[in-house]
Design a protein around this ligand. Structure first.
Ligand code: GLN
Length: 543
């Protein structure tokens, strides 16, 4: 029997960056805990066809799905909270939507009709949402519309929500995630910006069914009542969502506020028992972890102007937390700017000295490279636990070749195409793509199998020989150097099934020095820390 499909659109009010993604993911988590099948779709209103070409400083991390889509980092939030794998069908951008409509028009798919923005584009959006719901056979599909209501860019998506609600009024809800400031000069929580956000929702022919009130503190009863009346809602539909110390307690908070109950009632969904025990256990774990473990993350996408933004490494950060909490440690992240290490190499020892573990995440291009290499050398020589991710594997290999194999000019051809020792080089099929300037969505992307060598640390951590992990890279370890590297102690212990590509390296005679060509951070979940991160954190806690 076909399931009844219901949809909840989540739109933002007042400003961005207030946690719409986490709110969406948390609603999903609570509904799933309630025994419903839940999935989530992210809509980004920009023209880029995917997130792969976006600068991480500007847009945050590029999250990679199992089937190889380069998506917005919110898909990572959904995967972590829902504990489900999401796919290309679960993501769209304005560019992606227009591209498919234009391609269909060019192949006469509209049979001579005038193809219009209002009708055809909104229809394409609706079809994509319904296809995602069908693909996951979901009872409830959450659709997060990027940006803020009132933005010129997201009108199209609100139009899709309006038409879907019109077609099936009982099956579609709209939630507004808003922000209620408490200006220092006034000292009172202000509801006015949220009223205006609701007016913006109303102006496109929609009415939100609930408002999630993000704020520094709880919204009190008088303001709740006032906002409800002015927004055309009941007080129970105004949901308090004050800042909390961990995003993983948001599902519990929203449940306590009765949001789940309201949604079930409004959508007339079946009432099952809610099983929030894993979330409660996680909260207890987080709260009871007191002993710190200090992990240095050597990156470059961290500062813009006067602000340090760590969004570019969101999944890495979450994966470190999951692993640390599972062994009752408080993760303390130390953000290190690789470029500062380059300006003054003395900074390397100074900054890394007290750390329990050093992590070099993925990256591209020249900036900060020598700084990262310096940090890796320090970790190797001083026997500090090291985890390298993607570029972190390539650079660890280069560092070892330079200083242990004494190949002074060893490099990746990404940076030095003429190096006498191309330790890391372009994969064959990538050469053509680069010549044709085919940059979008053309890396080695998504999940590929990897075989772990018996007796290796990797095999011990995973507890199996065969794994699948997600990738995003163009360059690879050059097989010509595999043997000399292994002889000197740097072993390739994870390979592609045909034995051609190096997926994991580990160093002999070191407490923990491992790196992967794939991105393990994308598979870490709060209830299931990733084996590589767990191994790394355990080694770091012993230091
Ligand atoms: N720049 C490297 C490559 O393209 C590493 C990519 C990454 O770290 N994601 O192969």
């Amino acid at each position: 029997m076909k399931r009844r499909r219901t949809y909840i659109f989540i739109v933002g009010g007042v400003m961005s960056g207030v946690g719409k993604g986490v709110a969406t993911a948390s609603i999903g988590a609570v509904l799933k805990a309630r025994g419903l099948r839940v999935t989530a779709v992210k809509i980004d209103p920009y023209i880029n066809v995917d997130a792969g070409t976006l600068n991480p400083v500007e847009h945050g991390e590029v999250f990679v799905t199992h089937d190889g889509l380069e998506a917005d980092q919110d898909l990572g939030n959904y995967e972590r909270f829902l504990d489900e794998d999401l796919l290309e069908v679960d993501y769209m951008t304005t560019g992606r939507v227009f591209l498919s409509v234009i391609q269909r028009e060019r192949s006469l798919g509209y049979g001579g009709k005038t193809v219009q923005v209002v009708h055809h584009i909104a229809k394409e959006v609706m079809e994509r949402i319904k296809a995602a719901a069908a693909h996951h056979d979901a009872d409830v599909t959450l659709i997060e519309v990027g940006g803020t209501v009132g933005d010129y860019e997201n009108i199209l998506y609100l139009e899709a929500a309006r038409v879907m609600k019109l077609e099936a009024p009982g099956d579609v809800l709209v939630g507004l995630v808003s922000y209620l400031p408490v200006p220092g000069s006034v000292g009172e929580m202000k509801t006015k910006p949220t009223q205006h956000a609701m007016h913006a929702v109303n102006s496109v022919g929609l009415q939100a069914d609930f408002v999630i009130c993000r704020a520094q503190q709880k919204i009190d009863a008088p303001r709740k009542q006032k906002l409800a009346t002015l927004c055309n809602l009941q007080a129970e539909d105004i949901i308090s969502a004050p800042n909390v110390s961990s995003i993983y307690s948001v599902p519990l908070e929203l449940y306590k506020e009765g949001l789940c109950e309201r949604i079930i009632k409004k959508l007339k969904l079946p009432r099952h028992e809610t099983r929030l025990t894993p979330w409660e256990r996680l909260r207890r774990n987080i709260e009871s972890s007191v002993k710190p473990v200090r992990i240095g993350i050597v990156g470059k996408y961290v500062s813009t102007g006067d602000f340090v933004l760590t969004d570019a490494y969101l999944s890495v950060l979450e994966a470190v937390k999951h692993a640390a909490w599972s062994i009752h440690r408080t993760p303390e992240m130390v953000w290190l700017n690789a470029e500062e290490f380059e300006q003054n190499p003395k900074n390397i020892a100074r900054s890394l000295k007290g750390l329990d573990g050093i992590l070099v995440p993925g990256g591209f291009g020249t900036r900060g490279i020598e700084g990262k290499l310096g940090a890796i050398r320090y970790a190797r020589e001083k026997k500090i636990p090291y985890l390298g991710l993607c570029y972190g594997l390539q650079l660890a290999t280069i560092e070892f070749a330079r200083h242990v194999l004494k190949r002074k000019h060893a490099h990746t051809t990404e940076i030095d195409p003429k190096t006498p020792d191309p330790i890391i080089h372009l994969m064959n099929e990538q050469e053509e793509k680069m010549k044709d300037k085919d940059y979008g969505g053309s890396m080695r992307l998504g999940a590929y199998p990897c075989v772990l060598r018996d007796g290796s640390k990797a095999k011990k951590l995973y507890g199996t020989n065969n794994i699948m992990e997600r990738h995003r890279h163009r360059y690879e370890c050059n097989p010509e150097y595999r043997e000399p590297l292994a002889k000197a102690g740097l072993l390739a212990t994870g390979l592609s099934p045909d034995g051609k590509l190096v997926e994991i390296i580990e160093l002999k005679n070191h407490p923990f020095f491992m790196a992967s060509q794939f991105h393990p951070e994308f598979l870490s979940r709060p209830f299931k820390p990733h084996p590589l991160f767990l191994g790394f954190l355990k080694a770091a806690s012993k230091k």
